[in-house]
Design a protein around this ligand. Structure first.
Ligand code: ZN
Length: 176
């Protein structure tokens, strides 16, 4: 897999893992057959989920490319930016149902913003007003995200579900 010349003093040169991913894409292109898909998701679903690497949203829900909007961030939180994406999803691309997915063993569960902030200030000497969205309990968090979406004036009055993914069994459980 060493077909490309080694990049020298190139700002985009990556780790061996990055180069492996680029090689995977070259293989992907050879069999790519999804050019006929439109941007509007076929299932009408917008899904807000935690970025956790153990949660494969498509796999867990049997979704295929083109089926859904999947918006991910640390914690699966209904941040302003997640809301921005859901609004675009609804207004411009016609989705009409929302699923919020948290999960067991989340990295944000049981931590505090103060702890994360302390580490960053120690490392950088800079204080920045950024919220990390840590939470004590994932069930409470998922309900709060669903509540925020349901009460947001720009989110349409569509069905909004809250689920928790068990990273040990793969099971999804309704909590909101
Ligand atoms: Zn998580």
């Amino acid at each position: 897999m060493q077909s490309d010349p080694p990049a020298q003093s190139n700002a985009t040169a990556g780790s061996p893992e990055y180069e492996r991913l680029r090689a995977e894409n070259r293989r992907y292109v050879e069999t790519f057959d999804r050019s006929a898909l439109t941007a509007a998701p076929l299932s009408g679903m917008a899904i807000l989920a935690c970025m956790d690497a153990r949660l494969d949203v498509e796999e867990a829900l049997g979704l295929r490319t083109g089926d859904a909007h999947i918006i991910r961030n640390a914690g699966g939180l209904a941040t302003d930016d997640a809301i921005r994406s859901i609004v675009v999803s609804q207004e411009l691309l016609g989705t009409d149902e929302v699923i919020v997915i948290g999960h067991t063993q989340c990295g944000l569960e049981g931590r505090t913003d103060a702890d994360i902030r302390r580490r960053l200030v120690e490392r950088t000497g800079r204080e920045i007003p950024l919220a990390f969205g840590t939470f004590a309990d994932v069930e409470t968090s998922v309900r709060a995200q669903v509540d925020r979406l349901r009460s947001h004036p720009w989110i349409r009055p569509v069905p909004i579900h809250g689920l928790i993914f068990d990273v040990e069994t793969g099971q999804l459980t309704d909590v909101a």
